[in-house]
Structure formats: structure tokens, C-alpha cells
Design a protein around this ligand. Structure first.
Ligand SMILES: NC(=O)c1ccc[n+]([C@@H]2O[C@H](COP(=O)([O-])OP(=O)(O)OC[C@H]3O[C@@H](n4cnc5c(N)ncnc54)[C@H](O)[C@@H]3O)[C@@H](O)[C@H]2O)c1
Length: 360
């Protein structure tokens, strides 16, 4: 059910930072996670925004998520570096991995940075945007360890995670071109959002526990569980498999199989292998002109005047502008779950009520 609750990004960020402070995060960590989650909402990806908080607080209580930890380098081979995430907040570990990768790409022209054993790293576009802001192209292969929810093409049960792929190309002006999506037909978080709202998901995204097609998002939340399908049939499945291998195996982490299955649904562990390239080092003086000419060209394809043709990343940039101006919408069920998580994290009810009156 959509309730019309709207939250200003800055106040929501303050609320999340305060909540995580009660949970035990140092101020810098609390701010990093808050910025990441609220940025996902601003970008329009509510599945990876503040709605993740209840799951994070449960993962912490179960002893999986480790607070105030950092990524550590396990192998530095020059342009290739491998980091251990130490079950830290992914928002911290991935930030540190990208910082190091960007430094390496500045030094070598290109770099590969692998991160394993990190808690959930959220919206991958955020990490690509960090690379683009430094002037770099980046390509990210990500797997979700031991948390199967997607069926292989032709299969009838879940065997791997929603394995996102992300690619960014910085433009001279405006938001970068940004490809950022799960290789499942929809992100798992989108089934959670639909389930909370009580609405079906589009056809072709889900199968039930017997392998039959369904649009009921409940099959991902109430046992017996079904599975997500990959996008674009066998092509999406092939890409998901490469995200699993490059993200999970090449990073020094784990792929999903019997021995790596997680015991908790709240502990989401990601591995990510990122390739970072300095575009300035290519012999391509027309690179930006060529990119812009292509963008203009595709936008001129005949279309419904009310629905302009977009390029990758434009959807997020548009949402960001709108939501910064008009606030971030949240459904009541997700908001109530976040408030419960705030109390569980140790926020006094009086302070929660103060925030509620400022936020809702
Ligand atoms: N950490 C994890 O384990 C994990 C797992 C899965 C997904 N995710 C994240 O979930 C988020 C949501 O993924 P999703 O699969 O729901 O994404 P999605 O289906 O909303 O697709 C988003 C992509 O499509 C582009 N796009 C949207 N509309 C467009 C249009 N009209 N024209 C051109 N391009 C358009 C966007 O710019 C973006 O690149 C992503 O940020 C992803 O990184 C994270």
C-alpha cells in the first residue's frame, strides 16, 4: 500500500546515521552507510535503500555483520589487488576497495580490484559513480555468496544470487552513462517492496516452489519458496554465471554451492571484481564527441513524446533530481519495519518519536 509518506534526504540520512550509531557504528561508518542507503533511494532503487536496515540489524544481532571493521589487502600485485572484506559493512569495505582501485588506476592506467567476504555492498552504481567521479570507466562483476534465489535457465529451483553487473562511462557534462542491474529479471529487493505494497510483480520474473510461473512476490518471502528467473532467458543466465565466477571465484571469495550456503537470510555477503580504466590513456581524441553523437542519435528514434528515450543512468539522474526536490517516498510497511529496527538497535522511543514527527 502506498501511503504518501515522503522524507527529505538530509533528515532521512541523519535518522539512519543516528540509528546506526545506537547499533554501535563509529560516526564515520554510520555516515557512510547512511549516505549509501539514502543515495540508493534518491536514485530510485528503493530495493537497496533504507529498507535494507531491518535486515542489517538482524544480521548484526545474529553475529554476521561486523561493525567498525575495514577491508584489508591480502595481495598487492601492482595493478591487481585483492582485498578481504572482514564481514564489514559493505558500504565501508567497497568504498575502501574503490579508493585503492582508483589510486592504482591513476598509477598504472588500469587496475583490477577484487573484494571478498564483505557484507552487503548495496547498490553497485554507487561504486561506479565513485570511479566516474574520479574520471574513470569501471566494470563491476558481483556475486551474492551462498544465498540462492535465482534459477538457472531451464532449472526449477534457485541455485545462485541476483548477481549484478555494472558499467560506467563518465561524460564531460552531466551524469555518467551507467548500466547497473541484477541479472535476475528483477532485484530480490523489488519483490520485497512489491510484497510490502501488496502488488504483483511483472510476468516472467518468478516461478513458484514447483517451478510454475507466477506474479506473486510472496513466493520469495513465505515458504515454500520459489525462485527468480534471470533476465533475457539464456543470455541473462550466461551473464549471471560470469558474475558468479569473476565476482566470486576470481576475487578469492566463494561461489554459491552446497558447501557455501549461508545459514541466515539476513546475512548477505557480496564479492566484487572491478576493472577500472583511465579513458585518457586511449588514443581516442573524439571519444566524448562520439559518445554524445551516439546518445543524440538514439534519442531521435521516433517515440511517444511523453516518454523520451533515455540512456543508461538517466533514469537514476532524473529520480535524484525529483526526489531531492520532492522528498523520498516510502511505503508505510517498510517505514514501520525500519522504526522497529531503530528500537532494536537501541534508539530510545522518545528520540524515535521526535524523528517520526520530523520525517513523516
Ligand atoms: N549488492 C547486491 O547483492 C545486489 C544484487 C542485485 C542488485 N543490486 C542492485 O539493485 C539495484 C537495482 O537493480 P535492478 O536489476 O532492479 O535494476 P533495474 O531493472 O531498475 O535497471 C536499472 C538499469 O536500467 C537503466 N534504465 C532504466 N530505465 C531505462 C530506460 N528507460 N532506458 C535506458 N536505461 C534504463 C538504469 O539506468 C540502470 O542502468 C542496482 O543498483 C543493483 O546494483 C545489488
Amino acid at each position: 500500500m502506498q501511503t504518501g509518506l515522503r522524507f527529505q534526504a538530509a533528515t532521512l540520512k541523519e535518522f539512519v546515521g543516528t540509528l546506526l550509531g545506537y547499533a554501535g557504528s563509529e560516526p564515520e561508518e554510520a555516515q557512510r552507510v547512511a549516505d549509501h542507503l539514502v543515495s540508493a533511494n534518491l536514485a530510485g532503487h528503493d530495493s537497496h535503500g533504507v529498507g535494507m536496515i531491518p535486515s542489517y540489524i538482524r544480521s548484526l544481532a545474529q553475529g554476521h555483520l561486523q561493525l567498525n571493521q575495514h577491508a584489508t589487502v591480502v595481495k598487492d600485485a601492482g595493478a591487481v589487488v585483492t582485498l578481504q572484506g572482514n564481514r564489514a559493512f559493505g558500504q565501508v569495505a567497497a568504498h575502501e576497495a574503490m579508493e585503492l582501485g582508483i589510486e592504482k588506476a591513476r598509477q598504472y592506467g588500469l587496475a583490477a580490484v577484487a573484494l571478498h567476504n564483505s557484507h552487503h555492498i548495496g547498490r553497485i552504481g554507487y561504486w561506479a559513480e565513485q570511479c566516474a567521479a574520479a574520471g574513470f570507466i569501471s566494470i563491476h562483476f558481483v556475486n551474492v555468496v551462498g544465498d540462492p534465489m535465482v534459477a538457472p535457465f531451464g532449472g526449477k529451483d534457485s541455485r545462485f544470487g541476483t548477481n549484478p553487473l555494472c558499467v560506467v562511462f563518465p561524460r564531460k557534462h552531466g551524469a555518467p552513462l551507467l548500466l547497473d542491474y541484477a541479472t535476475s529479471a528483477i532485484a530480490f529487493g523489488k519483490t520485497r517492496v512489491a510484497w510490502h505494497k501488496g502488488v504483483p510483480v511483472p510476468e516472467g520474473c518468478l516461478i513458484d516452489h514447483q517451478g510454475q510461473p507466477t506474479t506473486d512476490p510472496g513466493v520469495m518471502h513465505v515458504p515454500p519458496l520459489g525462485a527468480l528467473l534471470t533476465f533475457a532467458g539464456h543470455k541473462g543466465y550466461a551473464l549471471a554465471a560470469m558474475c558468479e565466477i569473476l565476482g566470486g571465484a576470481l576475487s578469492g571469495g566463494q561461489t554459491t554451492h552446497q558447501a557455501s550456503l549461508q545459514e541466515s537470510v539476513d546475512a548477505i555477503f557480496n564479492c566484487m571484481t572491478t576493472i577500472i580504466l583511465n579513458p585518457e590513456l586511449f588514443d581516442a581524441p573524439d571519444m566524448h564527441q562520439q559518445a554524445e553523437a551516439f546518445i543524440d542519435w538514439v534519442k531521435q528514434s521516433p517515440h511517444d513524446p511523453n516518454e523520451p528515450i533515455q540512456v543508461p543512468g538517466e533514469w537514476e539522474a532524473h529520480n535524484r533530481a525529483t526526489r531531492l526536490a520532492q522528498g523520498i517516498p516510502l511505503d508505510e510497511s517498510s517505514w514501520n519495519a525500519i522504526c522497529e529496527a531503530a528500537l532494536a538497535a537501541g534508539m530510545p522511543d522518545s528520540e524515535l518519536q521526535q524523528f517520526r514527527s520530523r520525517l513523516a
